[in-house]
Design a protein around this ligand. Sequence first.
Ligand SMILES: *Cc1c(COP(=O)(O)O)cnc(C)c1O
Length: 444
Amino acid sequence: MKKYRIETNCVQAGYSPKNGEPRVLPINASTTFRYDSSENMAKLFSLEAEGHFYSRLQNPTSDAVAAKIAALEGGEYAMLTSSGQAAVLFSVLNICESGDHLVSSSAVYGGTYNLFAVTLKKMGIDVTFIDPDSDSETIRGAFRKNTKLLYGETISNPTLVVLDVERYAGIAHEFGVPLIVDNTFATPINCRPIEWGADIVVHSTTKYMEGHASTIGGAIVDSGNFDWMAYPERYPGLTQPDESYHGKVYARDFGKKAYITKAVCHLMRDLGATPSPFDAFLLNHGLESLHLRMARHCSNALAVAEYLENDPRISWVNYCGLKSSKYYPLTRKYLPNGSCGVVSFGVKGGREAATRFMDSLELAAIVTHVADARTCVIHPASTTQSQLTEEQLAASGISSDLIRLSVGIENVEDIIEDIDQALSQASGDPACPPPVIKKAPYNG
Ligand SMILES: *Cc1c(COP(=O)(O)O)cnc(C)c1O
């Protein structure tokens, strides 16, 4: 089959209707699938034949969308999950069990941090967090005999730290373990971690991929590149016979599809974090315009970040696409066409000014979400992180004046005018000059 470019894959990959079939991916709202003989069915159960039998495991709508995401990431095989959290959990549990250990960047999504630090710990899996900017020796020092994987986020939520994916992949492979990367904020439009050596990519499709804040979802993509058979002792679940599946050895019998096949057959079968075909359909709609939306999110966010950087009412701005960002060299390397639409900044006057600013916004809404079409804001110190003391906030890199702004795809002048009027109200200075709007096309 012809290999298409990523924009074409956003629109068309994963579903090719045959003669007379629906042009648009149908919602297969069916839990079950009919077969002509019990032998047909038996072959499906023993993994001798490919096909659908029960939608907890596989559904044609969800599978088509997973195939599209695999094509976008340049991976071999993929699966959908009911949430990003489930994708992260499955990606780890597929190769770790009680008594194992993993190394993770500390700059990860709050939900992932808690999953790793609290819930996995209770399950007997130990996690060592490292500062993502650590030198390679420090990262190597975190590995143990029972380390099964290295984990990080391409662009971290919410701290916008850019991961040096190639360096991390090199270190993981020195120790014979895979690198798993959460690519939610960058999306495959802006970065394809597999091209830099990552082995497995996870997503919260809830964010840019679906893009309209309508459904929760997740995905796991396997590059098919990691050679599990080279480490039979380390990954027995993939390299030893599975008695619950007629002695199948996943890495031997399913080749490059081993990791995802095991995650579906074991984890999805037993834990059941299945997306509904209706949600998969909505996700597919979102993916069809991902390439157009990401370009607009990024150019809008860069214009907003540059505006904020030049505004005297702002104390600091963090956006990895800004030339002044500490991460600008890594952004140029890994995200040359744009990074993401999320910008964080501080308003002069601390927590009180930040709250006044937020309450004065008209276009941007206060919501617990990021990365959708509508511009939105949150003030972590008074909401998601409100249980923390000022000291704890500082330790987690979140100052009391921090505002996280998720820049949408509206007209950028409207977004900046809204920020400007809210800043005037927050600073009590209505005489501020009107904003100077720079329309810089974002090209790295
Ligand atoms: C939101 C998010 C998650 C969790 O995804 P849900 O779909 O909310 O379960 C995981 N990783 C990152 C980077 C996220 O932003």
